[in-house]
Design a protein around this ligand. Structure first.
Ligand SMILES: [Fe+2]
Length: 469
């Protein structure tokens, strides 16, 4: 069935502002509180799950929604809002049929016969998770799948890429682009061996290196980290187990006895070069950045003590333990010793940096601050300063929730934090969707501009920023 614009649902991820929108729209001349900075030039992007045809509403999982991009193009103090579906093959098949074709991850064991036609992909490439921008191309990403190229600023879907047939593995939603070399490092994880594969794509978009990475059993490896010299793999204990799922248990589960280890490999290394370092057991979904510092590798990420991913994070009883905190590992390559510590007491995820400096030492980390009383809700944004070891926060206010804030450098930026933080916020009391622009050098002061978007922007996954050429 098709979902309505303002549906109420007993499924958390189809209710309220998680509910999808069906219309593609444009908006210009939107009402603005404050003034849009004139030195903000480029495209702010947010992608997320926006399901149209759902097999079983009760069983719907938020990871299964069709990708929809909400974007605001900025230039000369003006803003142009657009939202568009990513026109993936699976999305188009369901549009043509006018009903569901793919059943979704929680309905894999349902006996209803599949409707996937011969010759069509067995699984939907949802392109709903995150973005990367590389070799002048914007990609919408979905970690079991290939990247989907998107045309800016119109958000037209150009199609999937396989790098001239050289991409042989799934492609993470969180590749790392080293803007100093132009190289993009990526990896994918799978239920079958090799459980992890890794590739490097050069500045011209050519895939020039691939290697398997051996780990003992498959894990949900959503993100990784890259320094100037090394790529880091997170063998942490959210395990993937098909047999467990067939037996009626969760496909994904937190198994602390699996332990936690970080694999360190030179950027162009192979499986044999990986050195594994045991670390305190925990759960890491998103890293912020990593860099080389003398004999050490420094990695910063949001880390939680445990994870209830098997219940899709909806267990509100132990949010304190499942919501991450900013955390640092210092891996000494000479002594083999790993020092680790919590950096900030705020509970946060969706960690971001100024992407211009990815893979190199950064002073600042930005993140979405978790609402302590409702799962999957962020009620503010924070900035952590590695030099002063302090955290600045801005809270959105009563009954107002936001998503991932992305850093957008100013035109002619002079320093790492010379720019803006941009995010969508929903006022759940009034139903108003907003786009907030904060001065990244004064986060606590709140927005310098608030754009009132005339259409509802549902909660989503990751954001992106592409500066104007
Ligand atoms: Fe992610």
């Amino acid at each position: 069935m098709a979902q309505s614009e303002t549906s109420n649902s007993t499924n958390f991820f189809l209710d309220g502002n998680f509910a999808p929108v069906m219309q593609e729209r444009d908006a210009l001349d939107m009402d603005v509180k404050g003034a849009i900075p004139k030195d903000l030039a480029g495209n702010f992007l947010r992608v997320g799950p926006n399901p149209v045809h759902i097999f079983d509403e009760a069983a719907y999982h938020t990871f299964d929604g069709d990708g929809m991009i909400h974007a605001i193009e900025f230039h000369d103090g003006q803003a142009h809002y657009r939202n568009r579906f990513v026109q993936t093959q699976g999305f188009k098949l369901e549009q043509e049929r006018g009903d569901w074709v793919y059943k979704g991850m929680n309905s894999m064991m349902d006996p209803t016969p599949s409707r996937v036609p011969d010759g069509a992909p067995r699984n939907k490439n949802l392109a709903n998770t995150a973005f990367t921008y590389h070799n002048n191309t914007l990609y919408a990403l979905h970690e079991p799948s290939r990247p989907t190229a998107i045309q800016l600023p119109e958000l037209e879907t150009l199609g999937t890429v396989d790098f001239d047939g050289k991409l042989k593995h799934p492609f993470t939603a969180h590749p790392k682009v080293d803007q100093k070399t132009g190289e993009m490092m990526t990896f994918g994880y799978a239920f079958q061996t090799p459980y992890v594969s890794y590739s490097v794509i050069n500045a011209d978009g050519e895939l020039i290196h691939t290697t398997p990475i051996t780990i003992e059993k498959p894990v949900f490896m959503h993100d990784f980290a890259v320094t100037e010299k090394y790529s880091l793999f997170l063998d942490f204990p959210i395990t993937l187990d098909i047999e467990r799922a067939i037996a009626g248990g969760p496909a994904l589960d937190f198994e602390p006895e699996h332990g936690s280890r970080i694999g360190v490999m030179p950027r162009f290394g192979t499986d044999l070069d990986v050195r594994w370092f045991e670390v305190e057991t925990g759960s890491v979904v998103h890293t912020a950045n990593a860099w080389d510092e003398g004999d050490e590798i420094v990695m910063q990420a949001s880390r939680s003590k445990t994870s209830d991913i098997a219940s899709a994070g909806l267990d509100a009883e132990n949010l304190e333990d499942t919501q991450g905190q900013l955390y640092e590992w210092r891996i000494n390559l000479v002594t083999g010793v790993v020092k680790e510590q919590t950096l900030s007491e705020e509970h946060c995820d969706f960690t971001r940096i100024n992407d211009t400096h990815a893979c190199h030492k950064t002073r600042y980390v930005y993140a979405a601050v978790f609402n302590p009383s409702r799962p999957f809700s962020f009620d503010g944004v924070m900035k952590f300063d590695n030099e002063t070891q302090t955290t600045a926060t801005f809270k959105y206010g009563d009954n107002r929730f936001g998503g991932e804030a992305v850093f957008a450098p100013k035109v002619g930026a002079q320093s790492e934090d010379d720019g803006y933080l941009i995010c969508f916020v929903q006022d759940e009391t009034t139903g108003q969707s907003e786009c907030l622009i904060l001065d990244a050098q004064n986060v606590a002061a709140g927005p310098v501009a608030t754009i009132l978007v005339p259409y509802r922007v549902p909660y989503g996954f990751h954001s992106g920023w592409v500066s104007a050429a």
